[in-house]
Ligand binder design. Sequence first.
Ligand code: CA
Length: 227
Amino acid sequence: MTRVLVVEDDPQLVRALEINLKARTYAVDAAVDGATARRLASARPPDVVLLDLGLPDMDGLDLIGWLRGFSRAPILVVSARQASDEKVAALDAGADDYIPKPFSMDELLARLRAAARRTRPTDGDEQPAIIETPGFTLDLPAKKAQRAGRPVRLTPTEWHLLEVLVRHRGRLVSQQQLLGEVWGPTHRTRTNYLRVYMAQLRRKLEPDPSHPRHLITAPGMGYRFEE
Ligand code: CA
């Protein structure tokens, strides 16, 4: 379910948004000020944010900056401020779209759907196209790897494993999740597959495979990709 954080101090508009979003099976958190928005966004990270720039306790632009510190969820600014420099400032701060008030509910929902759709394939995370480490480079869309300027050939399974780790880069991915995503749910206990394939990936990519810096093992738990 897509979770929408609505940050808006007009109670009637919040109510209308809640009714319309819930009717379309979105989960909705509503905040009437910036402090509540921060608390809700920390407790339950949103998939999409609808944000009014004019908040009672802070400038919406500052809230965009704060959200961008940890979240790549699309931010749709909904604002009565018409000045184009406000719009540019919102986009510069990290907003994805700008919807002037008054708006039609249908248009807002269409833009929300579009924003949610853009993020879904990557599970809420931005998928970078190119990953560059000191030792190797990955071009994910082209499925090309280079180490020290030379192409490295990876098998489809190695790519798949690498892509799952890169998608969650910096975070631990459990053995079960990796096995489930790459080999399928019936292989969730085959941790030996992971050992074999991770060793192959390290041999092909890590500058010093016996002291990996990018493809990290958390013993008994899972693996992590560090850039
Ligand atoms: Ca307002």
